[in-house]
Design a binder for this molecule. Structure first.
Ligand code: DX5
Ligand code: ZN
Length: 216
């Protein structure tokens, strides 16, 4: 199984509803929330997520690159998010936050920046529905894939298997036709792709092609 989640960070923000429709057939729509504090870029907030969730049938995969996700995550679930990813580097109480996200009916997910190791968080894995391994420094689309993250993807997949967990392993950053097979081979099963999808002439076809590559 391979899930492909196009990132609307690479879409035209003046036409978000149409851009979301252009990738219907994708598994989730990845929505990057940036606050200009946790990362040096600013995108969108709760009201835009609320409108977007009404404009598409595709469930929303929120990636919160913000300070104080403990305070904001519940509002994004009320706005229509089906999955909420917070950064462990920003969360005050990751276990409490993951439990709160699940209790509110969304999938709970935790992200690791490239320099954050997985090993200290092994015991938290059962609290999560997904783990996100960043394969670029968060903040911008269109950056080059960091090959040096492949061993971390592999080690994380081993931990997930060892604990007998059902959780998903997502990669985000520089995922394209040129890199997706390496990610899948290392053990990722959910793939975020921004520029690779939205710079294609036919974004829906780009999603199908990525899925096929990831599943071979
Ligand atoms: C980067 C974001 C990504 C971004 C990926 O901080 O989290 O979701 O949209 O864009 P590409 O696929 O172009 O690297
Ligand atoms: Zn993202």
């Amino acid at each position: 199984m391979a899930l492909i989640n196009p990132s609307i960070l690479s879409a035209d923000f003046a036409r978000l509803a149409e851009e979301a429709k252009a990738v219907e057939g994708a598994d989730w729509l990845h929505v990057d929330v940036m606050d200009n504090h946790f990362v040096p870029n600013l995108t969108l907030g709760v009201p835009v997520v609320e409108s977007l969730s009404k404009a598409t049938e595709t469930p929303l995969d929120l990636h919160l690159m913000i300070e104080d996700p403990d305070r904001w995550a519940p509002q994004y679930i009320e706005a229509g998010a089906g999955s909420v990813t917070f950064h462990v580097e920003a969360a005050a109480a990751p276990v409490r936050l993951a439990r709160e996200i699940r209790a509110k009916g969304a999938r709970a997910s935790m992200a690791l920046k490239p320099a954050t190791p997985i090993e200290p968080y092994e015991d938290l894995l059962p609290e999560l529905d997904m783990l996100l391994i960043m394969t670029v420094e968060p903040g911008f689309g269109g950056q080059a894939f960091l090959d040096i993250m492949l061993p971390k993807i592999r080690r994380t997949r081993e931990l997930i298997s060892r604990h007998g967990l059902e959780m998903w392993l997502q990669v985000d950053g520089g995922v394209s036709a040129a890199t997706i097979e390496r990610c899948a081979e290392a053990g990722a099963d959910v793939f975020v792709a921004g520029s690779a999808v939205y710079s294609a002439d036919d974004p829906a076809k780009a999603v199908r092609d990525l899925r096929e590559k990831a599943e071979t």
